[in-house]
Design a protein around this ligand. Structure first.
Ligand code: DQA
Length: 152
């Protein structure tokens, strides 16, 4: 293994339920960008920043919990859009707290301009921070914020 491989920061990007439908899902709320396009944007941005980006989407809470556990010793940061699980999942929050890998939470829409049930996040209290309301730009900003924090 080269020194380069040993020191390269790796970021796990997790997308929660229904985000596989981006592009056709409520475009007035989420825009027309697809999940593949967001992932490509993050890989490209990661290259600029000198970090590796690995992305996973799942509609299943347990799959996301397993991915968080598997991130131990593999990834130095987690960028997550927990989607609907933001507002419901103690399991995701506990998994993120358990692995203690730095986390940034992102949302495409501004959840605070929407229904009251979207105003509470189980994830935000254990995240470095949350970025909400900038469409796919939320992910790009989140990646920068996460990498800056890891490198400090
Ligand atoms: C979302 C906001 C959530 O409230 C919603 O359940 C989603 C997407 C966003 O990116 O704006 O699925 O996380």
């Amino acid at each position: 293994m080269s020194n380069d491989t040993l020191t390269t920061v790796s970021i796990l990007v997790l997308h929660g339920p229904n985000l596989n439908l981006l592009g056709r899902r409520e475009p007035d709320v989420y825009g027309s960008v697809t999940l593949d396009q967001i992932n490509q944007l993050l890989v490209d941005e990661g290259q600029q920043l000198g970090v590796t980006v690995v992305a996973l989407q799942s509609n299943h809470e347990g799959v996301l919990v397993d991915a968080i556990h598997d991130a131990l010793l593999k990834h130095q940061g987690i960028l997550i859009n927990p989607a609907a699980f933001t507002h419901t999942s103690v399991a995701l929050r506990d998994a993120l707290a358990a692995v203690a890998i730095p986390v940034v939470e992102v949302h495409l829409s501004n959840v605070y301009q929407r229904e009251a049930f979207r105003h509470h996040s189980f994830i935000a209290p254990i995240a470095i921070g949350q970025i909400s309301g900038f469409g796919e730009e939320s992910y790009r900003l989140g990646l920068h914020a996460l990498v800056n924090k890891i490198r400090k």
